[in-house]
Design a protein around this ligand. Structure first.
Ligand SMILES: [Zn+2]
Length: 96
């Protein structure tokens, strides 16, 4: 289905009558999609919190992270971060 505001470009043009200027911003459809994704993620996090152990979550995240970074350089970098136990930095690798 085509968005009538942005024609599926994700960018809509806004005409500001008072100031006689035109600017662009993320279309409503993009904003709506982002909001839906955020709400889904929050609901999913709640299910994980209530139903899955911390250990199982950690292992799943670790597997996903290793699978995502398959090249040798990344793997060596990951090894080094693991040895230093830099958890916050490891989390960045998971979402990179
Ligand atoms: Zn749109």
């Amino acid at each position: 289905m085509k968005c009538s505001e942005c024609n599926n470009t994700g960018i809509r043009t806004v005409e500001c009558n008072n100031h006689d200027v035109v600017y662009t911003e993320d279309c409503y459809c993009v904003q709506w999609e982002e909001r839906e994704k955020e709400e889904l993620a929050i609901k999913m996090a709640n299910v994980f919190t209530n139903k899955i152990s911390k250990e199982k979550l950690a292992l799943t995240l670790a597997i996903l992270t290793v699978e995502k970074h398959t090249d040798m350089v990344s793997r060596q970098a990951l090894e080094s971060v693991v040895e230093k136990e830099e958890a916050a930095y490891l989390l960045n690798w998971a979402i990179l």
